[in-house]
Design a protein around this ligand. Structure first.
Ligand SMILES: [Zn+2]
Length: 167
């Protein structure tokens, strides 16, 4: 039987929710940050929607597309947010392809705890870039130092790409 690949359902990816000591929303906190903030993983701020790197990525360049507003249902999105989510999904895929040479992508969202959502109150879409042979990446994630170095390199590549588009 062919197994459906859905990395955004991995508990590992969402596990950072339990690690935050206070119960405040990490996405609302990120919504107030900019790509220029050194410790921020925000790579692009749109008008209603922003693009954030996942702090515990399944793969290098794993992105989240999410509204600034703390809303949990697709039906809570207004028309502007709905349009910009799709626009930034497309733009992010382009950036991952051009800046990181991604060869494919998985896109998904978890709606509700029963579906595996870790941060169930703040709607977000995952984009996981894929490369041939990347299934070997997971063991590497155990090395925290390596991840943070790799992530800051990836962040600057993506931020440069997005900045280049605005010129
Ligand atoms: Zn929130």
């Amino acid at each position: 039987m062919k197994r459906l690949f859905s990395p955004w359902r991995s508990e590992y990816i969402e596990s950072f929710h339990q690690e935050t000591e206070d119960k405040s929303c990490v996405f609302c906190k990120a919504a107030g940050e900019t790509p220029e903030d050194k410790d921020s993983l925000v790579v692009l701020r749109g008008e209603f929607i922003f693009v954030l790197m996942n702090r515990y990525p399944y793969n290098n360049g794993h992105l989240l597309i999410l509204p600034y507003r703390h809303i949990s249902n697709l039906s809570d999105l207004n028309e502007n947010e709905r349009l910009e989510i799709f626009y930034l999904l497309e733009l992010s895929i382009e950036a991952l392809g051009k800046a990181l040479k991604a060869q494919g992508h998985n896109i998904g969202t978890n709606l509700g705890k029963v579906a595996g959502a870790g941060i169930e109150d703040h709607l977000h879409f995952h984009i996981v870039p894929r490369w041939n042979g990347d299934t070997n990446f997971m063991p590497v994630l155990n090395d925290i130092k390596l991840i943070s170095e790799e992530m800051s390199k990836t962040k600057s590549k993506l931020v440069s790409y997005f900045k280049g588009l605005n010129k």
